[in-house]
Design a protein around this ligand. Structure first.
Ligand SMILES: *[C@@H]1O[C@H](CO)[C@@H](O)[C@H](O)[C@H]1NC(C)=O
Ligand SMILES: *[C@@H]1O[C@H](CO)[C@@H](O)[C@H](O)[C@H]1NC(C)=O
Length: 345
């Protein structure tokens, strides 16, 4: 299948109009800042399971690393807030779908909670039927309202048991468990879901989860932990993509992509080659880190030049047949949309 690049532009315009204030505008720029959206542009909103569902220990759901992180009592989150209830979305399917109808959106992007479907994270340990039923009903309710579901498989809330037993994304086994989980989701929901996102913003997950410790699982494995985590995430994405391509695509005709979050870097002085190089290096470390392996089968050269551990990882990368992506979303402050929805509910 030919890769289609779908770029979500939700908040780009805000950002660009601020940057553009100091520049002399070309006709093309003017149309970008002040033009209208093309006919057929799809408007949507998005959320994630942990931020909205609540019901953190109900109906057989296992704990996620974010449940543990917020319950730690160590001040990991401002005011010791938890998402035990959050928007209470688990109990508000009809209300939430009504809110989406009110917003007149045609698409809703949300994530599935891996430990709600597989309490230990491992498919062989058992599937939580109530979890399957919950998402199945939600998907049906969206479709009944003519809202297309865009389903993220993993938005940071890793099953806690995979963290405790195997070290989470530090262990390549987690990529295999993810692939089994992804297959379960394709099997259970793929008759109705045609847009899949394997991971949402894996860069933040790796950096803040395994390097700075600001996010769950709160590890500070300085120097290499984030690259190892990212490496296993990329493998997990590729495995899930190939499993869809090999087993489900012919029957279900869907698309499988990934959502990458990137900040933009510009040279401070556009006549200084060092600044230009620094801006490019920044983008490669931000976006190329994940996009290059997925599109081209290898890490960006500039990353390999700067980071020693990549040398031993290179061989492993060549297993991934490319391109392993049908859609690429660039994520810009989707959280703001989340908050908007939340304040309405
Ligand atoms: C990685 O996971 C496997 C199980 O899939 C386990 O046997 C192994 O001990 C784990 N490695 C580490 C370093 O935790
Ligand atoms: C995806 O599946 C199709 C049909 O089986 C196959 O021809 C193609 O090579 C696969 N793509 C990749 C990248 O493996």
């Amino acid at each position: 299948m030919k890769p289609v690049r779908a770029v979500t532009l939700w908040w780009v315009l805000l950002l660009v109009s601020r940057l553009g204030a100091t520049r002399k505008e070309s006709l093309e720029e003017a149309s970008f800042y002040y033009g209208t959206f093309p006919l057929g542009f799809s408007w949507g909103v998005g959320s994630s399971a942990f931020q909205t569902e609540g019901a953190w220990d109900q109906d057989g759901k296992g704990p996620s690393i974010w449940d543990t992180f917020t319950h730690s009592g160590k001040g990991n989150v401002l005011g010791e807030e938890t998402a035990d209830v959050a928007c209470n979305g688990y109990y508000k399917v009809q209300e939430d779908v009504a809110l989406l109808r009110e917003l007149h959106v045609s698409h809703y992007r949300f994530s599935l909670s891996w430990p709600r479907l597989l309490p230990t994270g491992v498919r062989a340990d058992g599937v939580n039927k109530k979890g399957i039923q919950f998402y199945s009903d939600f998907i049906d309710a969206l479709l009944k309202s003519n809202i297309t579901p865009i389903v993220t498989l993993h938005h940071w809330d890793l099953p806690q048991l995979l963290q405790v037993k195997y070290g989470g994304w530090q262990n390549v086994s987690t990529a295999n468990y993810f692939s089994d989980y992804a297959s379960l989701c394709f099997e259970a929901f793929g008759d109705r879901v045609k847009h899949w996102v394997t991971f949402s913003d894996p860069r933040t997950m790796a950096e803040k989860g395994y390097e700075t410790g600001h996010h769950a699982p709160g590890l500070k494995l300085h120097g290499t932990g984030l690259y190892k985590a990212a490496h296993h995430v990329i493998k997990a994405h590729a495995q899930a993509w190939h499993s869809y391509n090999n087993t489900w695509r012919s029957k279900q005709q869907g698309l499988v992509g990934i959502s990458l979050n990137c900040n933009w870097g510009e040279p401070v002085d556009i006549s200084n080659p060092k600044d230009i190089e620094a801006a490019e290096r920044y983008l490669q470390f931000c976006l190329g880190w994940f996009a290059n392996p997925i599109y081209a089968g290898d890490y960006p050269q500039v990353m390999k030049d700067h980071i020693e551990p990549f040398l031993s990882y290179m061989q492993i990368m060549t297993e991934i047949l490319v391109p392993t992506v049908c859609t690429l979303c660039i994520l810009i402050a989707a959280v703001l949309l989340m908050l908007l929805l939340r304040s309405l509910s």
